[in-house]
Write a protein that binds this ligand. Structure first.
Ligand SMILES: Nc1ncnc2c1ncn2[C@@H]1O[C@H](COP(=O)(O)OP(=O)(O)OP(=O)(O)O)[C@@H](O)[C@H]1O
Ligand SMILES: [Mg+2]
Length: 341
C-alpha cells in the first residue's frame, strides 16, 4: 500500500464545478474552460502514488496547481471529483473530529505564505502543533526551542512574526512543522523565501533528517536544482495536469514534452548523472583502450571525475565499493551524456 494515493482527482474552482466537470472530462483544457465558463481548472485528472519514506517533489509554473494539489492531502481543499487515500484511508470519509485528529497527528504543513499566528510569539507559533496535541508546556517549550535553534533563530523566540523578515518567518513555519514530528510533511515552497546560503543549509538539514527519520515528504518548489537535490521522485504539473512523474534522472534524461524540456534544458547534467547510469558493459565497449583507464566509483557523479577524464583523455572503469568492475564509460560517451540529443 502506498502512503499517499491520489486517484483521478479533479478540482474546478467556481460557482458550478460539477457542471463544468463534464466538459473537463470530455477534454476541454484550462484556457477553454476559463473562457467559456469563467471557472478555473485547478487539477485535471491527477493520479499519483507516493511511497512511505520518500521525498516527492512537485514542480510546475506559477498557477499550474501545485498548492491546490498539496492542499487536497490534508483536506484544506475538497476535490470536485476523485479520491485521496492516506495510508489507505479516504480523507473524504473523515468526519469533523477524525479530520482534526488526522491533521494534528498525521501531517504537518509549511505554508507558501508562512501562515503564522500574528499574535503569538515565535516560541508559541512553533509550539502550536504540540499544544494542539496536548503536550504539556514544559516539554512543548523544550521541543520548540530545539527546533528554533535548528532553523537558526535562537534569540528571537519571544518576538512576533511582524518583527521578522520574510525568510525568518519562513523558518518559523519550518520549525513549527518539524516540531510536531508527524510522519507526513507537506512543504509548499518551504525554502523559497530563504537566501541561498540558508536555503542550501536547510536542504542539507532536510536530507539529514530524511536519512534518519524517513518521513514522507511532499515538497513543492520552482527550483530545479532543489528538486533534483531533494526528490526521490519528481512530478511536473502543467495547467492542472500531471505531465510527468519520474526520478530526477528520468526527468532530466527523458523529458515527456516541451514543457518539461524547458524546465530541464539548462540543468548541469554532470551534477545529476552518476557513473552507473551511463556505464556500459564490457561487450558494448568492445575495443576500448584499456591502457588509459581511470577508476571511478559507480555512485560518483560525473562532475567528480569529469575534469580528470578530460585532462587525460582517458576512459573510465566503473567499480563498486569492493572494487569489482561494474562497467566502462568511454571518453566519447561521457562527453555525449552531457549534451542533449
Ligand atoms: N481559491 C481559489 N479560487 C479560485 N481559483 C483558485 C483558487 N485557488 C487556486 N485557484 C486557481 O487554481 C490554479 C492553481 O493555483 P495554485 O495556487 O495551485 O497554483 P501554484 O502552482 O501553487 O502556483 P504558485 O507557484 O504561483 O504558487 C490557478 O489558476 C488559480 O487561479
Ligand atoms: Mg502555490
Amino acid at each position: 500500500m502506498s502512503k499517499i494515493e491520489i486517484n483521478n482527482v479533479y478540482k474546478i474552482f467556481g460557482p458550478k464545478p460539477n457542471q463544468v466537470l463534464e466538459m473537463v472530462k470530455a477534454g476541454s483544457g484550462k484556457d477553454e474552460i476559463l473562457e467559456k465558463t469563467g471557472h478555473t481548472v485547478g487539477l485535471d485528472n491527477v493520479s499519483l502514488k507516493i511511497e512511505e519514506g520518500e521525498t516527492f517533489v512537485c514542480m510546475g509554473l506559477s498557477g499550474s496547481g501545485k498548492s491546490t494539489l498539496i492542499r487536497h492531502l490534508n483536506r484544506l481543499i475538497d476535490p470536485t471529483d476523485g479520491e485521496i487515500l492516506v495510508e489507505g484511508t479516504n480523507v473524504m470519509s473523515l468526519n469533523k473530529e477524525k479530520l482534526i485528529e488526522f491533521r494534528r497527528h498525521k501531517m504537518s504543513m509549511v505554508f507558501q505564505r508562512f501562515g503564522l499566528f500574528p499574535h503569538k510569539t515565535v516560541l508559541q507559533n512553533v509550539g502550536y502543533g504540540l499544544e494542539m496535541q496536548g503536550i504539556d508546556p514544559e516539554k512543548r517549550n523544550s521541543v520548540a526551542m530545539e527546533k528554533i535553534e535548528a532553523v537558526g533563530l535562537s534569540g528571537f523566540e519571544n518576538q512576533y512574526p511582524n518583527q521578522l523578515s520574510g525568510g525568518m518567518q519562513q523558518r518559523v513555519g519550518l520549525a513549527r512543522a518539524l516540531a510536531t514530528d508527524t510522519d507526513i510533511m507537506l512543504m509548499d515552497e518551504a525554502f523559497s523565501a530563504l537566501d541561498p546560503l540558508i536555503r542550501s543549509d536547510m536542504q542539507k538539514q532536510l536530507l539529514d533528517l530524511q536519512a534518519q527519520l524517513k518521513k514522507t515528504i511532499v515538497f513543492i518548489t520552482h527550483d530545479l536544482d532543489e528538486s533534483l537535490r531533494l526528490g526521490d521522485h519528481i512530478g511536473i504539473l502543467n495547467a492542472g495536469k500531471l505531465v510527468q512523474v519520474g526520478t530526477p534522472v528520468e526527468i532530466v534524461m527523458n523529458p515527456a514534452d516541451d514543457y518539461v524540456e524547458a524546465f530541464v534544458k539548462d540543468v548541469n547534467r554532470a551534477k545529476v548523472l552518476k557513473a552507473k547510469i551511463i556505464m556500459k558493459n564490457a561487450n558494448e565497449v568492445n575495443g576500448i583502450d584499456k591502457n588509459n583507464l581511470i577508476k571511478v566509483g559507480e555512485d560518483q557523479f560525473i562532475e567528480e571525475f569529469l575534469p580528470q577524464v578530460v585532462c587525460t583523455n582517458a576512459n573510465c572503469e566503473v567499480v563498486d565499493k569492493q572494487g569489482n568492475i561494474k562497467g566502462y564509460i568511454t571518453n566519447k560517451e561521457l562527453q555525449k551524456s552531457l549534451t542533449r540529443s
